[in-house]
Design a protein. Structure first.
Length: 273
C-alpha cells in the first residue's frame, strides 16, 4: 500500500546505497487513488503534497486503529474508532485556526474552528516582501459583504461580518504554501515576488492565541521551488540534513550540498518549518 511504498522509499534514501533514488514505485501506488497525477503534464506541488499527506494519514490511522483494537479488546472502556482520526501525520502536521466572525449589525461574535495541514498565504506585493508580510496579510481582519454575507442567528438574516483568524494550535511541522498562482482579470498568472523568509527563529506568537506558540521558534527544514511559468516549469527542493544541519539541493537526479546563503530564493513555493 501507499504507507509501505513510502517507507521503502525513505529506506532507500537513508541507506545511501544509491547516488539517487527514483520514487516511481510510490508514485505508481499513489496515482491509483489520484489519477490526476498520472498525466505527464505539470501538476501543482501543493496539491500533490496534500494528497500525499491525506493518503498516508488514511493508511496509518487504520494501522493505529487495528493496533489499538488488539490491545484494548478486553478493556470495557475501549470505544471502537476512538483513535480513528489520529495518525503520525496529524500529530506532526495538523494545526488549528479559530475564525472569529462578528456581525456588523448586532456585534455578536461567534468562533469557528478549522484544522489545517498546509497554510496557503497570500502575497501582498508584486516585487518584494517578507514571510511575515504574508502572515500578517493572512491573519488580518477581513470584511464579508454582498454575496459573502453570513447568516446571523441573532438578527435572523444575512449581514455583513468582520472575520479574523487566530492560530490556536501550532503543528510540530508547519507548512506554508505561497500563493504564487493568482487570477488577474480573466487570466491566471504566476507571481515572481521575491519573498524573504528566515532560516531560523520564525515566531508565530503575533498571530496566535495567548497559550499557543509561547516561546516557540521555528527553523526552516525544507523548501520546494518552482522555476518557470504557469503551465511550463520545473520543481526542485532544498532540504536540511537533520543531523549534520547541512543544506542540499535536489534537482532530479542531481543532489548537491549548498551553503546557507543559497537557501533564500525567489522561486520558493512551499516552506517547511
Amino acid at each position: 500500500d501507499s504507507a509501505a511504498a513510502f517507507g521503502s522509499l525513505l529506506s532507500d534514501m537513508w541507506l545511501g546505497e544509491f547516488d539517487c533514488v527514483s520514487p516511481e514505485v510510490f508514485h505508481s501506488v499513489l496515482v491509483k487513488r489520484y489519477p490526476t497525477f498520472r498525466k505527464r503534464t505539470q501538476q501543482d506541488a501543493q496539491e500533490f503534497l496534500i494528497c500525499v499527506l491525506n493518503e498516508l494519514h488514511e493508511a496509518l490511522k487504520k494501522v493505529r486503529a487495528q493496533l489499538c483494537q488488539r490491545r484494548c479488546r478486553t478493556s470495557a472502556k475501549a470505544r471502537e474508532g476512538s483513535v480513528s482520526e489520529t495518525s503520525i501525520i496529524t500529530q506532526l502536521f495538523e494545526g488549528q485556526l479559530s475564525y472569529d466572525i462578528t456581525c456588523q449589525e448586532c456585534r455578536t461574535t461567534t468562533s469557528r474552528p478549522e484544522t489545517f495541514t498546509v497554510l496557503s498565504l497570500p502575497i501582498p506585493s508584486k516585487s518584494t516582501c517578507s514571510l511575515q508580510d504574508c502572515l500578517t496579510c493572512f491573519f488580518q481582519q477581513d470584511t464579508l459583504t454582498r454575496n459573502n454575507q453570513i447568516h446571523c442567528s441573532w438578527c435572523g438574516t444575512k449581514r455583513d461580518a468582520a472575520v479574523k483568524a487566530t492560530l490556536t494550535k501550532a503543528p510540530q511541522i508547519v507548512i506554508f504554501h505561497l500563493k504564487r498562482f493568482a487570477w488577474q482579470g480573466k487570466h491566471r498568472t504566476k507571481l515572481s515576488t521575491d519573498i524573504h523568509y528566515p532560516l531560523s527563529n520564525l515566531d508565530l506568537s503575533p498571530y496566535s492565541s495567548p497559550l499557543c506558540c509561547k516561546d516557540a521558534k521555528y527553523s526552516l527544514c525544507a523548501v520546494g521551488n518552482h522555476i518557470g511559468f504557469l503551465d511550463d516549469g520545473h520543481y526542485t527542493a532544498f532540504c536540511k540534513h537533520s543531523v549534520t544541519e547541512n543544506w542540499y539541493s535536489f534537482d532530479d537526479a542531481q543532489v548537491t550540498k549548498i551553503p546557507d546563503s543559497l537557501v533564500q530564493t525567489d522561486t520558493a513555493y512551499l516552506l517547511f518549518y
